[in-house]
Design a protein around this ligand. Structure first.
Ligand SMILES: Cc1ncc(COP(=O)(O)O)c(C=O)c1O
Length: 427
């Protein structure tokens, strides 16, 4: 969706034109100009004044530099306030009558999410997180002896060992693809998967962007080749939902999963499972509960049928989508890309002998930067960065041994400089 279309959609959600909007209660803190003084439409990636205003939406502890978006993100005030308000409301009056409104609010959230990811409303299930979405696909497909599932060996456990456990029960086989380390060539990444496909392959399942290396796969091309061969695709979008300006119908996957509490800066323990309309009858629901009869006729809704939820978190997905729409998904993607590129450039200038597990080319990467330092234990450095430099990041082990820095829209270029200095101090 282009920016004007997104703005029209936001206006529609808000019940008027963006210029004269009547604010819905879930977008507390917004004004006609944007969200708490952040103008609509986003700033240029290098417009520090704009992104400082975005940063001011967050309640991050003063002095803390948080570069851990790949793991968990804070929510901005409007989203926090929306969760708190709904939570207080339920605790004030937990009657059926008072909670009846959540049904409608949840459908508004589904609609907002569908618009945000470029899907139809009946293709969206609101889950608890990426892990649940991945396991719904792993457990929901009809697979048996003779069938083969192809994975990336960098997949998260919920899209990795989960397939092994299922395969033990149902007798299909699981093959893993290793991509060439340090490659800067999208063709090599593509070829590694395509050469693994056989006429027995039924599913190709991969992380859109690896949480361990920061490599982004050519997902659209992989989904296209799989579709040509009648192979279903699961794209784990934990590291792209909320960062990339996504258009899932265009991406061409059958299934896509994401977590609200990562790059989407949304409510905690909420997530998204996209199930393409044409593939919905290939997936069995893992959970069947109250409301099944109604849900069955409503597309992907049948994949979220699992008892009492935290309604406050679920419905606040709408506010999170509106927050992204207000700034602009393309602007957020460009800003995160600029922050990650600056990190890579400045780390390589400041630390002789530094190595990147993450490609330098932004087209093959995203907001996750994994860097191997020449000296010392990365685990100890990770602890020291927090203890002595107030820098929140992560350490990786195994083949991707290193420090993982994942900046987001609440980081500034000045913070990039401070983070680089801190890492260089320990290198
Ligand atoms: C690629 C990937 N998939 C799945 C997950 C699991 O996310 P969650 O714990 O929100 O379910 C993660 C978490 O880091 C991840 O990086």
């Amino acid at each position: 969706m282009s920016f004007p279309d997104r703005r029209r959609f936001l206006s529609h959600l808000l019940g008027g034109t963006a210029a004269t909007l009547a604010l819905p209660s879930w977008l507390e803190g917004a004004s006609a100009e944007g969200v708490r003084g952040v103008p609509y439409g986003g700033g240029e990636p290098e417009d520090e004044a704009y992104w400082e205003r975005v940063k001011a939406q967050f309640s991050i502890a003063p002095g803390l530099i948080l570069m851990n978006a790949a793991n968990l993100c804070p929510s901005p005030y409007p989203i926090q306030e929306t969760v708190f308000r709904h939570t207080r409301d339920v605790n004030r009056d937990a009657s059926f009558q008072n909670r009846g409104k959540f049904g409608e609010l949840k459908e508004e959230a589904r609609q907002a999410l569908a618009q945000y990811v470029g899907a139809s409303t009946t293709e969206i299930a609101i889950t608890r997180n990426t892990s649940e979405g991945n396991n719904s696909v792993v457990n929901g497909l009809d697979l048996g002896p003779g069938d083969e599932v192809i994975l990336w060996d960098q997949n998260h456990p919920t899209n990795n060992v989960s397939w092994d456990v299922r395969a033990r029960r149902w007798g299909f086989s699981v093959q893993r693809v290793t991509t060439p380390p340090g490659t800067g060539d999208p063709g090599e990444l593509y070829d590694a998967f395509v050469s693994a496909l056989t006429d027995r392959t039924r599913v190709l399942s991969f992380s859109h962007l690896s949480n361990v290396s920061g490599i982004r796969l050519p997902a659209k091309q992989l989904c296209a080749v799989a579709r040509e061969r009648g192979i279903l695709t699961l794209v784990d979008g934990a590291q792209t939902f909320g960062f990339l300006d996504l258009h899932l119908r265009d991406l061409g996957c059958d299934f896509f999963t994401g977590s609200s509490h990562k790059w989407f800066v949304g409510p905690k323990e909420a997530g998204l499972l996209f199930v393409r309309t044409e593939s919905q009858d290939r997936l069995w629901p893992s959970d069947v509960g109250v409301g099944w009869e109604g849900a069955e006729a409503n597309g992907a809704q049948k994949f979220e049928n699992m008892g009492q939820r935290d309604d406050a978190a679920v419905v606040t997905m709408a506010a999170a989508a509106a927050f992204h729409e207000a700034i602009g998904p393309a602007a957020i993607e460009a800003r995160v890309t600029a922050l990650a590129s600056a990190l890579k450039d400045r780390l390589s200038e400041s630390i002789p002998g530094v190595r990147f597990h993450t490609p330098r080319d932004p087209a093959l990467a995203g907001g996750v930067v994994v860097v191997a330092l020449p000296n010392g234990s990365h685990r100890e450095i990770f602890e020291a960065l927090y203890e002595t430099h107030n820098l929140g990041c992560a350490s990786m082990g195994g083949a991707f041994d290193g420090i993982r820095l994942s900046p987001h829209l609440y980081n500034t270029m000045e913070e990039v400089d401070i983070a680089v200095e801190a890492v260089a101090y320990h290198a």
